[in-house]
Design a protein around this ligand. Sequence first.
Ligand code: AVI
Length: 316
Amino acid sequence: MLERVDFREAQREAFRADVVAGLTATRKTLPSRWLYDDRGSALFEEITQLPEYYPTRTETAILRTHAAEMAAFCGARAVLIEYGAGAGVKTEILLGALESPALYVPVDIAGDFLVDAAERIERRFPYIEIRPVVADFTADFDLPADLPRLPPRVAFFPGSTIGNLAPPDAAEFLKRMRAHVGPQGKAIVGVDLRKDLGVLLPAYDDAAGVTAAFNLNLLERANRELGADFDLAAFAHEARWNEAKSAVEMHLVSRRAQTVRVDGRAVRFEAGETIHTEDSRKYDVDGFSRLAQTAGWSVAREWLDPDRRFAVLGLA
Ligand code: AVI
């Protein structure tokens, strides 16, 4: 219990430091990882069901269609390490297809989330051994020393979350995955692909306003946790394409000139000035392949949907 309180307090202090640094910078920014408090995670769940948000539906369909080939790629009795324990149905598709998987290792920073995920998998696959690991997978961490190296380990990172990392961080992450699974190991990674802006932008600015609420929740979180006084009606959600970065950027645009109090300081906004809150990078398979190579991987298999919107890549 004490550990949980300490964790929450440490998170709040880290949030405070990022908010102060991000809002006092010349170009205001807030790291996207703070989007996911309880309310943000619930809103993200809603986003995944929206008609405009194609990635979740498309990736799930790819996994369903090609599960048997993916299982063959993983090999018999694989040890599956999942980074982020929230994939739910996607995890179940892969685990269900694997030939008597030896072990499932979900890794997540949120202990409660991990317990829920482990219990769900245990109910569905009582024959699979589960070894949850509490860790922030965006930073360096070690897997338990007694985790078997054989049968081969397979890293699973669905959801195109790799697209939310800047390329150097994505390369670091892929290197960490490589170190975790070892030279015989493999990985299955979900990657969202470049596409028509007519499809891409509505996925990040839906008609029902759920993505807007998800983005604005960052300001609500700052009000709740840090006692800031953001007037939510004075900011608008915007999704814009940045071709140089090949990314959809999310911004919160100040609707007027205003001053907000945050952690005892006055933060000035000009009308139209923005807080940049997220990048969602879109790759093509070649571009991702080059990135993966810098981290010691090569793309061994590609599974795409018929409209080539999303790729699930097998790395070896
Ligand atoms: C979690 N991640 C892959 C989502 C994405 O599509 O980049 C986050 C998201 N942001 C707005 N909508 C969804």
